[in-house]
Write a protein of this length. Structure first.
Length: 265
């Protein structure tokens, strides 16, 4: 299990928000934390700590008046830590190579691939031909619906008809290098992990998977380790001391070192 940091950017500022509260039409969200530091500050911090594989997420839609400032912040982060960060938010086959050239180790994609409720393999293959599967992370963030986990897109505002399950992961694993999966029902709430989702992902284990959502203390990390068999990487947002929370980063890194090497996946 490996700690994967995050830099979430909304309205041009680094924030921690409740994921399910994002609204494109008003550029609003319930905010847990708004930093006075810019995205490059956090990128440089992660670089000094030698923490790789974090994700920079642009949380504004491309038609938002805040989009360009959010994008500038994201690009500054990539420049501050070349090959150390992944980037997501509005990524398409048309701009993916630009982000890789700007320093992203991977591009993170959801909405370009999942459209009108289903997977558009033509778009996925276009993306793969532009940057190669080795530079692609597929974001399969989801929310519980009945007894299943339905993939959501467009900053977690639209449900698809695709259900997160082993057959889908097997199929998409050929098209990417990693998966990023936010448990949207608990994302940003620091109220505990989505146990059933963690178990589902831990049983699969064919590609690196980063889980995000609900971690608020070290008991959650211990449960994540146990329920996933240590096969998942983890992002901690609002609960981390960097973002106003109570979990100290140094203690998180120490926990990771004791429960499984940082490069175990």
């Amino acid at each position: 299990m490996e700690f994967r940091p995050c830099i979430d950017i909304h309205n041009g500022k680094v924030k921690q928000v409740v994921g399910g509260s994002l609204r494109d039409e008003t550029d609003s969200a319930v905010e847990n934390f708004v930093s006075e530091k810019d995205a490059a500050f956090f990128a440089e911090f992660y670089k000094k700590k030698r923490i790789r594989g974090g994700h920079v997420i642009m949380l504004n839609s491309a038609d938002s008046p805040y989009y360009e400032e959010t994008r500038k912040q994201a690009l500054r982060a990539l420049q501050a830590y070349p090959q150390g960060l992944q980037i997501g938010g509005g990524v398409t086959a048309g701009n993916a190579e630009e982000y890789v050239r700007a320093g992203a180790s991977h591009v993170i994609v959801t909405s370009y691939v999942f459209q009108n409720g289903e997977i558009h393999y033509e778009n996925l293959h276009k993306l793969k031909s532009e940057v190669g599967a080795q530079h692609i992370v597929l974001d399969l963030s989801c929310r519980r619906k009945g007894g299943e986990y339905v993939i959501v897109t467009d900053r977690w505002q639209k449900e698809t008809r695709e259900v997160l399950a082993a057959p889908l992961l097997d199929r998409l694993a050929e098209e990417c290098d990693e998966f990023l999966i936010h448990a949207v029902d608990v994302e940003g709430k620091a109220g505990g992990i989505e146990k059933d989702l963690v178990m589902l992902l831990g049983k699969w284990g064919r590609r690196p998977v980063t889980y995000a959502g609900g971690v608020h203390d070290f008991e959650d990390l211990r449960m994540l380790q146990a329920y996933s068999g240590g096969k998942l990487n983890v992002t901690i947002g609002s609960a981390l001391d960097l973002f106003g929370g109570c979990m100290k980063l140094e203690e998180v890194l120490d926990f990771m070192g004791k429960t499984g090497k940082q490069d175990s996946t």
